[in-house]
Design a protein around this ligand. Structure first.
Ligand code: GDP
Ligand code: CA
Length: 308
């Protein structure tokens, strides 16, 4: 089994390579749920949906999130009533949220609903929410106020400074049995190139997950989401600095060194390989920008090799 700790876009691109490199049935993603939000009574799971839609080949290529060929009629009608419309939900996408919400209200857990959604899209690999419980990423701003992750990320377009991040509910949550088995039974475990603070952070905050990952450190590898000191997209670089860490592959190595033995860094960062080593991780230098599927496939192959 090839197990991947996954956030949104970066992880989804990695997974697309992994299902080319290996038997798709052996690929399992443990996905962040800290981004999940309830809006208009609907349970929305952005990272699970980004992984699902990307693997289904149905992600909108321009936006990088949501479904292709989307229309926005429901949102426009919501606007007519003065409803909350800062979080865009396309008409097609709404179908997913309606289905998920009804199933959860009917008593199914998120693991089962996610599996049914994946099956409906003919996904050949497995997607697991890290927990069936609610874990909510919340960020504190410089004025001391605390807001939900999507308010920070979408409503404020992450154009504000963050002083701390917490994962509400994490201490009361339990990793699903499927999650713990996928960590324990994996031949190789990869920490995908996702935001280390708000995508990988909530996964590791679920009790038991960090311990299970750390226990098999020598067979784990991480892929740096920071390239040339910056994030390809989103606030990962700024967040690292705002929280007092370094926005570089060395900063990533300091964060991940207890979790994985090796860190894949981009060719652009080759000159930092010795510093990564000094920080406690074995550097693997190769192309990591997965704009073409071939890069992701080579990356997945190298990651599995590094875990042997
Ligand atoms: P989300 O899509 O908003 O959930 O954000 P992610 O959890 O995917 O985190 C964004 C991070 O992933 C940023 O630091 C990006 O630099 C990184 N990322 C996205 N695509 C790639 C890629 O192709 N290669 C690498 N190395 N990192 C990537
Ligand atoms: Ca996300």
């Amino acid at each position: 089994m090839h197990t991947v700790l996954a956030g949104g876009v970066g992880a989804a691109r990695y997974l697309r390579g992994a299902i080319e490199a290996f038997d798709p049935a052996s690929v399992t993603a443990i996905v962040n749920v800290g981004d999940d939000v309830v809006l208009h009574g609907l349970h929305i799971s952005p990272d699970l949906d980004t992984c699902t839609y990307t693997l289904a080949g149905a992600i909108d290529p321009e936006r990088g999130w949501g479904l292709v060929d989307e229309t926005w009629t429901a949102m426009a009608e919501l606007g007519r009533y003065g409803g909350d419309d800062w979080f865009s939900l396309g008409d097609r996408d709404l179908g997913t949220h309606l289905f998920r919400t009804a199933r959860l209200q009917g008593g199914s857990d998120l693991t089962a609903v996610t599996a049914d959604i994946a099956a409906a899209w003919d996904l050949r690999c497995r997607l697991l929410p890290v927990t069936n419980d609610r874990v909510e990423t919340r960020v504190t701003l410089t004025d001391g106020s605390e807001i939900g992750f999507q308010e920070y990320f979408v409503r404020l377009a992450h154009a504000v400074q963050v002083t701390s991040v917490r994962f509400a509910g994490a201490e009361r949550s339990a990793a699903s049995p499927e999650t713990l088995a996928a960590i324990g039974d994996a031949e190789s475990l990869v920490i995908a190139p996702s935001n280390p603070i708000v995508s990988i952070g909530p996964i590791l905050a679920v009790p038991g997950v960090t311990e299970a990952v750390t226990a098999r450190r020598s067979r784990n590898v991480a892929v740096s989401p920071i390239i040339g000191g910056a994030a390809l997209k989103g606030p990962a670089d700024r967040m690292l600095r705002e929280l007092g860490e370094e926005s570089s592959v060395v900063g990533v190595a300091r964060r991940y060194r207890d979790l994985a033995a090796a860190l894949v860094i981009d060719e652009i960062d080759a000159d930092l390989a010795t510093e990564v080593e000094a920080a406690g991780m074995r550097p693997i230098v190769m192309p990591t920008i997965m704009s073409e599927p071939g890069v992701a496939t080579a990356l997945a192959t190298a990651c599995a090799e590094a875990c042997r």
